[in-house]
Design a binder for this molecule. Structure first.
Ligand SMILES: [Zn+2]
Length: 460
C-alpha cells in the first residue's frame, strides 16, 4: 500500500506528460515582411504615432536581432551587390538561398528553381497563405510560390514582352509554356494550390492562359473569390480563399493633408530657402471599402487554423511602406507602417491562444526616408543652408514637429527614391532566445522558420 502511494504520483505525472505531449498545439509560422521597413522607417512611424517614448506593437515582441541583406550579381554570383530589391530578398527569406536582383525563387545566372518554405510546408501537409497590400503577383508574395527569371513576369500578357532593363538571362520568355516553362506568376500562384491568397492584382488574374480564364480556373479549383471588404468579413468557413481587392496594389490608408508630400526646398531670388508649412496625415478616402491588412491577416489566421492539427505557414506583407517611400510620401509610409503594425498585433493576439506559433517581423531591404533637423536648425546656420533632397515637416499626433528628408535621387526630375543598403530589424516571439544571434542574415531566418515547422531538407 505504501509502495503504491509512492508510485501513484509518479504515474500521475507520467500520464500528465503524455497528455501534454498529445495536446501540444501544431507548430505554425507567421512571417511579417514590412517592405522597405528599416529602422529609419520604423522610427518615423513610431515618433508620429506614439511620440519619443512610445513603441510599436512589433517593438514589444520579446526578441530582437538585426539582419544583413545580401544580393549576388546576375553576371557573377560569386560577387555581392550592396543594395537589394524585394524580389531577391523575398527569395532569400522564402528559400534560404541568395540570388540576384529581380529574380523570383530562381538562381542567379543558371535560372534553376529554388524550393520555398511554403512548398515544403505544403508537402508536409501544412496549410499555407499569402497576404499582401500589393498585387499578389508582386515580388514579395510571388517569391514564396512562383519561380520566374524576373519579377515582371506577372501575367500571361507579360510573358512575350522583352524587359529592356533586365539581363538577357532574366527575360520572361524563358518561363513561357511553349518553352517548357511554368508560365506567369499569376498562373503559378494558382497552380500552387495555396489555401489563402488575399491582396490586390485583379487585373493579372483577369486574363486567359491556354484558353482558360484564370479566375474561372480558380473557382473550379475550389477557391471562393472575394473582391470587396464586406465579402471578406462575411465569408463563411471552409473553402480556399482568393481575395483580389483592387486591380493593382491596394490603395494606401493615409495621405498628407491636401495630398501633400515631401518637396524640394524652393529658393527666393536671393537664393534663400523657403521652407513650406508643416502638415498632418489624414485618412485616404480612396481606401474606403478596402480591407485593412489586419482584417486580411485575421481572416487568413481563422481559415488556416480552423480544424487544423498540422499547423500552417503564413506570410503577411505590408507592401506600400516601400512604395510610398519611393514616392516621397511620408504620410503614405507612416499610414502603411501603422496598418502593418496592427496586423502584427492581430498575429500576437492569435499566438496567445495558439502558443506554438513562431512570429517573425522583419523587412526585405532599406528605404530612403530619414528624420533630419527642423527648418530652425538650418536657418540658425545662415540663410543659405537647406537639405538637398525632398523635405517635409510633419505635425505628429502629439503636436510636435518632425522633419523627413528623401535624398537618394535628385530633384527636380529624379524619378523616385531608391532602396538603401542598411541592415533590417528582426523582431521575434515563440522561439528560444539561444537560437537568435544578435547579427543574422536572411538565410538564417528561413532556417529558423523551417526548424520550427520541422521542415528539413528531406521534406523539400
Ligand atoms: Zn521598392
Amino acid at each position: 500500500m505504501r509502495r503504491l502511494a509512492r508510485v501513484a504520483p509518479l504515474l500521475l505525472a507520467w500520464t500528465a506528460t503524455l497528455s501534454l505531449a498529445a495536446e501540444q498545439p501544431p507548430a505554425s509560422v507567421i512571417l511579417f515582411i514590412g517592405d522597405g521597413m528599416d529602422e529609419h522607417q520604423v522610427t518615423l512611424a513610431r515618433n508620429y504615432l506614439y511620440g519619443a517614448e512610445g513603441a510599436l506593437a512589433m517593438e514589444q515582441l520579446p526578441l530582437r536581432s538585426s539582419a544583413r541583406v545580401q544580393t549576388v550579381r546576375e553576371d557573377d554570383p560569386g560577387q555581392f551587390r550592396y543594395v537589394a530589391d524585394s524580389a531577391n530578398t523575398a527569395t532569400t527569406l522564402a528559400t534560404g538561398q541568395l540570388t540576384s536582383l529581380g529574380r523570383i525563387a530562381t538562381s542567379a545566372t543558371t535560372d534553376q528553381d529554388q524550393s520555398t518554405i511554403l512548398e515544403a510546408a505544403q508537402k508536409a501537409g501544412l496549410r499555407t497563405g499569402l497576404v499582401s497590400t500589393a498585387s499578389l503577383t508582386d515580388a514579395t508574395p510571388a517569391a514564396f510560390a512562383a519561380h520566374t527569371a524576373h519579377r515582371s513576369c506577372q501575367s500571361p500578357a507579360d510573358m512575350a514582352k522583352a524587359i529592356g532593363y533586365a539581363a538577357a538571362t532574366q527575360q520572361c520568355m524563358a518561363d513561357q509554356h511553349s518553352r517548357g516553362g511554368k508560365g506567369s506568376i499569376a498562373e503559378q500562384l494558382l497552380a500552387a494550390n495555396i489555401d489563402v491568397l488575399l491582396g490586390g492584382g485583379k487585373r493579372y488574374f483577369a486574363q486567359s492562359s491556354k484558353g482558360t480564364d484564370l479566375q474561372k480556373a480558380a473557382a473550379s479549383q475550389g477557391y471562393k473569390l472575394l473582391s470587396r471588404r464586406r465579402e471578406l468579413l462575411e465569408k463563411g468557413p471552409g473553402s480556399k480563399l482568393l481575395g483580389l481587392f483592387a486591380p493593382g496594389h491596394l490603395p494606401v490608408e493615409w495621405i498628407g493633408e491636401g495630398n501633400r508630400r515631401a518637396q524640394p526646398i524652393a529658393l527666393n531670388w536671393l537664393g534663400e530657402p523657403q521652407f513650406s508649412e508643416p502638415f498632418a496625415c489624414v485618412d485616404n478616402p480612396d481606401h474606403r471599402g478596402t480591407p485593412t491588412l489586419k482584417e486580411m491577416t485575421s481572416a487568413a489566421l481563422t481559415r488556416l487554423s480552423a480544424d487544423n492539427a498540422k499547423g500552417f505557414f503564413l506570410m503577411v506583407e505590408g507592401a506600400a511602406i516601400d512604395k510610398q517611400a519611393h514616392r516621397r510620401n511620408p504620410c503614405g509610409e507612416i499610414g502603411e507602417l501603422r496598418a502593418f503594425d496592427l496586423a502584427v498585433q492581430a498575429g500576437r493576439e492569435f499566438a496567445r491562444s495558439h502558443p506554438n506559433t513562431l512570429i517573425i517581423v522583419t523587412a526585405d531591404h532599406g528605404q530612403a526616408g530619414q528624420i533630419i533637423p527642423l527648418p530652425e536648425y538650418f536657418l540658425a546656420w545662415g540663410n543659405r543652408q537647406y537639405p538637398p533632397g525632398y523635405y517635409a515637416v510633419l505635425k505628429t499626433r502629439s503636436g510636435e514637429l518632425m522633419a523627413v528628408s528623401y535624398a537618394t535621387n535628385a530633384p527636380p526630375n529624379g524619378r523616385g527614391e531608391v532602396h538603401t543598403g542598411v541592415n533590417v530589424p528582426v523582431y521575434l516571439q515563440g522561439i528560444d532566445a539561444a537560437q537568435v544571434p544578435p547579427l543574422m542574415d536572411q538565410r538564417q531566418l528561413n532556417r529558423l522558420m523551417r526548424d520550427h515547422l520541422g521542415l528539413n531538407a528531406a521534406t523539400d
